[in-house]
Ligand binder design. Structure first.
Ligand code: SER
Length: 316
């Protein structure tokens, strides 16, 4: 049977890029992009969908005969702290709706993104293993850690094929992140190319796991395409790209913009980042479905600067 794919949260940093890739992969007519707001302009099918509304979600799934759901909508780590209870409600409600609708209506596969935010201070900070203890300190991280358990529960109890990755911070030129602690690592490039000073909300030496958008998209598709029996971890897979700090990025940016200026004004997001791993061990992803990242910091910086320069020139 041909796949019919629904993407929830299609306007987001990852969604807006993933939709295009899925359209390319499955055909324009077989992908339904959806988001709570219209916003982004997609070539193919688009639905304005509030995933907290189970009836609406059911209607879309049935109308298109959806066989795969990529559920990308969530409130991220930094924004989530402004209203903890509302963040928990929203993130969990959407996930429960997706899992229930998928179970009831026989959806073949569900993708649920998890995050490095599931880890807290009791996990080893360096080369953090997949099975490390999870004691997240943000509501977003709590919703992802709980979500992973629910994903596994639906697999064990109902046989629903839910798959998940713990994404590091995602860096891409195609879209902007919103409300996350790793957002600085995208914003910094925009400022560099615009030749403006960047005010960084993290300390210069805060190393975090990051991944280039191309790697993140490829990991997602590789995980989702892998044979079912190869997926041994039903909570979520650790996923590594490359780890670096603001000062590491600055060093690379200055190869292109020697005058680039940065000012460090750490805020509450520094406390969030301080409890996250510095690097990730993703051996299980490598062993089970062959994951291997391709982009180093040096390459990421070169591509980000090239592409953003092109974008800003085209806008003039
Ligand atoms: N990039 C996310 C955030 O910063 C982590 O999953 O919240």
């Amino acid at each position: 049977m041909k796949a019919k794919v629904l993407v929830i949260g299609a306007n987001g940093q990852l969604g807006s890029v993933l939709v295009k890739e899925l359209q390319h992969h499955y055909g324009l007519d077989n992908v339904v992009a959806s988001d709570i707001r219209k916003g982004h302009h997609f070539k193919g099918k688009f639905e304005e969908l509030d995933a907290t509304d189970r009836e609406q979600l059911t209607e879309v799934v049935l109308r298109y005969g959806i066989t795969q759901i990529y559920h990308l909508a969530a409130i991220l780590s930094a924004k989530g702290e402004a209203d903890p209870l509302a963040t928990w409600d929203l993130n969990m409600k959407m996930l429960f709706n997706v899992l229930e609708v998928a179970r009831i209506h026989g959806v073949d596969k569900v993708f649920f993104p998890s995050s490095i935010a599931v880890f807290g201070e009791d996990a080893p900070w360096v080369n953090t293993p997949n099975k490390a203890y999870l004691n997240p300190a943000t509501v977003y991280g709590m919703s992802k850690a709980a979500g992973e358990q629910w994903a596994q529960y639906y697999f064990l109890r109902y046989g629903l094929d839910v798959r998940s990755l713990r994404y590091p911070g995602i860096i891409g030129y195609q879209s902007l992140p919103g409300g996350g602690t790793t957002d600085y690592a995208v914003d910094i490039f925009h400022k560099a190319v615009l030749e403006e000073e960047f005010v960084c909300f993290l300390n210069e030496d805060t190393t975090l796991p990051m991944i280039f958008m191309e790697d993140a998209i490829r990991a997602t598709l590789e995980l989702m395409e892998a044979p079912k029996e190869d997926i041994k971890i039903r909570t979520a897979y650790n996923l590594a790209g490359s780890s670096f700090s603001p000062e590491d990025i600055v060093k690379e940016i200055r190869k292109f913009y020697p005058e680039f200026k940065i000012r460090y004004e750490p805020d509450f997001r520094q406390d969030i980042a301080a409890r996250w791993p510095k690097s990730i061990n993703d051996i299980e992803a490598t062993m089970d479905w062959g994951w291997k990242p391709q982009y180093s910091l040096e390459t990421i910086v070169r591509i980000m600067i090239d592409k953003l320069r092109e974008q800003y020139v085209a806008q003039q």
